[in-house]
Design a protein around this ligand. Structure first.
Ligand code: SF4
Ligand code: SF4
Length: 306
């Protein structure tokens, strides 16, 4: 039974207004085959639970050191501790004893049944707004059995489904999930193949091919474009390439330009990872990008807001 299928998630967000039509519950799955250097959800990348450590909150009480059986936390009395990440297995014992909420394990195993129970709490809101459930991440196609089962369960309750994906998956896997998807939120992270590989770790060939295939299936598509002016979309040439590509598709309903921001930085720090800062796009840059895309007759928003 698909209710028993298990997945690993890091968040369930209710009353989400930017992850598809209407009021939605967004389920964030862990694990992603891409490594976008601008990622604002760095805790989504690894498919396993991870420990986040907020150094600012640590008082140096040392309780966590006492309970860690793997010697993964070190420090002197009354000084902030240090996490030895190669020893940590994210067991969560330290989180349980830290009174200052400096430690938190992100990622938990959950069944589709338990996710749906949470999703059903807002059923009246979905009905009144054409909302539903969105699978996001991370990359939901990284856990295709869980995502497919979640969507089947949602549909059996009369709840519509939206898939928020980078499109980087085998077509056979993608197609299976698409068959139970009502809205497709599709990221395009760049048109230049070399820069796409440099900044995300993978080529954009498969992503663009899969978008053409998905378009033929007729599921309404919302394109999402992270805009990082010194990296993925640098100016007119890049804007035009995207417009040309999208003008050949028939199921695209809207394009959301998502201006780069640095909200991922504190989370990267808590995970002990480096974070590269880019310049944020200014209004004129975004307006120009919008204008080029609108010239092919598509509805374009900045930040998902009309
Ligand atoms: S238990 Fe919390 S506050 Fe105390 S040393 Fe560990 S992380 Fe710091
Ligand atoms: S999560 Fe477990 S292994 Fe990792 S530091 Fe905390 S107690 Fe140690």
């Amino acid at each position: 039974m698909y209710d028993d299928v298990k997945g690993i998630i890091f968040n369930i967000q209710r009353f989400s207004l930017h992850d598809g039509p209407g009021i939605r519950t967004t389920v964030f799955l862990k694990g992603c085959p891409l490594r976008c250097v601008w990622c604002h959800n760095p805790e989504s990348q690894s498919p396993f639970p991870e420990l986040m450590f907020d150094e600012e909150k640590c008082t140096g009480c040392g309780k966590c050191i006492e309970v860690c059986e793997r010697g993964a936390i070190v420090g002197l009395k009354n000084t902030k501790v240090k996490i030895l990440r190669n020893r940590c297995n994210a067991c969560g014992r330290c989180e349980a004893v830290c009174h200052f909420e400096a430690l938190k394990v992100v990622g938990r195993v959950i069944t589709v049944r338990d996710v749906i129970r949470e999703v059903l709490r807002d059923l009246p809101f979905y009905k009144n707004s054409n909302g539903g459930v969105t699978a996001s991440g991370g990359e939901p196609l990284f856990q295709p059995d869980f995502t497919e089962a979640l969507f089947r369960a949602a549909r059996s309750e009369g709840i519509n489904t939206a898939l928020d994906t980078s499109g980087f998956a085998k077509w056979s896997v993608f197609e299976r999930v698409l068959r139970v998807t009502d809205f497709l939120l599709y990221d395009i992270k760049g048109m230049d193949p070399e820069r796409h590989k440099r900044y995300t770790g993978v080529s954009n060939d498969l992503i663009l091919e899969n978008l053409i295939r998905a378009d033929r299936m007729g599921v309404p598509i919302f394109i999402r474009v992270p805009v990082i002016p010194d990296a993925n979309f640098k100016g007119d040439d890049d804007f035009r390439k995207l417009a040309e590509f999208l003008s050949g598709l028939e199921s695209v309903e809207r394009i959301d330009l998502l201006p780069y921001h640095t909200l991922g930085e504190p989370k990267a720090k808590k995970l002990g990872r480096p974070f590269i800062r880019f310049r944020e796009p200014d209004e004129a840059f975004l307006a120009k990008f919008k204008e080029v895309l609108e010239s092919i007759g598509l509805r374009v928003t900045i930040g998902g807001l009309a």
